[in-house]
Every structure is written in C-alpha cells, then in structure tokens.
Design a protein around this ligand. Structure first.
Ligand SMILES: O=C(O)[C@@H](O)C(=O)COP(=O)(O)O
Ligand SMILES: [Zn+2]
Length: 214
C-alpha cells in the first residue's frame, strides 16, 4: 500500500512539474492542453477541466480506475475519452500529452498536407521521438466522435495531430510523451521556417533505418 501511495504521489508531482514547465515555456496557453499518466495498477491520473497547466494542484488531479470510472479529484478534462483511446491503442503507453503549441497548431490548419503523415522527416531526432504524424479530421473539443477518430489514427502512431486544434502524443513515460511533444513542436516550426525553400528531408531508407533502431 505504501509503495502504491508513494508511486501515485510521485506521479502527481511529476504531472504538475511537467505542466508548469510546458506552460512556462509558452508551449500551451490559458487553460488549454491536458495531461494524463498511468499508474502501475492501471489507474489513470488526468488534469482537471479548465485548469491551467502552469498551476496544477497535484492533490486535485482527477483519478480514473483502469475500467474508466472517475473515482476522485476535480472534474476531469473534457478530453478524458481521447486520452483513454490513446491508451487503448498504444498499449505500452504510460502517459499522454495534449497541447495547443503554436507551430503544431499552425501546421494543423494548413490545407495541402499529407493526412497520413503531416510533417516530413526533417531530422533524425524527430523520426526517433515522433516517427509519423497522422492528421485527425476536425471535431469540436470534447466530442466523443473526436475520441473515436483519434483511436483510428492512433492504431499505428503514438502521435496524432488534431486538425485546427493541436497535437496529442503518447509515450512510455511522462517524460517520453513530453519530449516527443516538444520535438513535434520544433519540427513544425522548422517546417514553417523552411516553407518555400528547397529542402533535403531524410530519405525513406534513412528514415526506416532510424525506425528500426528505436
Ligand atoms: O481544446 C480544448 O478545449 C481541449 O482540448 C483543451 O485543450 C482543454 O480542455 P480541458 O482539458 O477540458 O480544460
Ligand atoms: Zn485542446
């Protein structure tokens, strides 16, 4: 019991610390974005709805059982279904991060993108951390149809981009999900910086070699 409690306390503190770090670096704004993380017994901790990621109270995070029942904490994020869908598809995931980070949101609004993989493989680190980025068609935030659309795209990718909204990224640990989301944002920025210029993304062979290694 003591071990479970200390694991939960640690994870609650980590969610608040990661949220503050993301918010302080302007990777999300106001009360946008949400974070969840999974305990070893399968329970999920999630950020409450309308909470600023910059100012989370670890004791008030929403907790769900592994079966998806909200058991304590504040009213959960309206994207709770969406987070649960990511865990269903990405079985090894221990955390999910959703942000409204500016460059990724900008890319999510572009018309002429490949919906199967929105960003080109510009750097090795992007391929290693993110890999591929399918675009999920637009649905209003909190719509259960959005969760179903995410589930479809997340079958083959731990990162997805919600059209006209923002990224959702799962990781083995909360730090993995955080770092992958940050890498996605930086690559979206590079992509927009390079617009109109001739570029030399990684070749399919170079990309595949990285995917095999990591
Ligand atoms: O865009 C939205 O409304 C949500 O996806 C979001 O980012 C914040 O919603 P809550 O987590 O319910 O505050
Ligand atoms: Zn959102």
């Amino acid at each position: 019991m003591t071990a479970i409690l200390s694991e939960e306390t640690k994870l609650r503190d980590e969610i608040a610390a990661v949220g503050k770090s993301l918010f302080d670096r302007a990777l999300t704004f106001g009360s946008t974005g949400n974070i969840s993380a999974r305990l070893s017994n399968g329970d999920l901790l999630m950020t409450p709805t309308n909470a600023s990621l910059g100012n989370l109270d670890p004791a008030r995070l929403s907790r769900f059982t592994a079966e998806g029942v909200h058991v304590d904490g504040d009213k959960p994020t309206k994207e709770a279904f969406l987070h649960q869908c990511m865990y269903c598809q990405q079985k090894l995931s221990g955390a999910v991060v959703h942000l409204h980070s500016t460059y990724a949101v900008a890319v999510s609004i572009l018309e002429d993108v490949d919906p199967d993989d929105v960003l080109p493989p510009l750097t090795a680190y992007y391929v290693m951390r993110v890999g591929s980025l399918p675009l999920v068609p637009y649905y209003p935030p909190g719509d259960t149809a959005l969760a179903n659309a995410v589930a479809e795209k997340a079958k083959n990718s731990h990162a997805v981009l919600l059209a006209n909204h923002g990224p959702v990224v799962a990781g083995k640990t909360l730090r993995d999900a955080q770092y992958a989301t940050e890498e996605l944002e930086e690559t979206a920025k590079l992509h927009l910086l390079l617009e109109g210029r001739r570029t030399r993304p990684l070749t399919p062979q170079q990309r595949n070699a990285l995917l095999k290694t990591f």
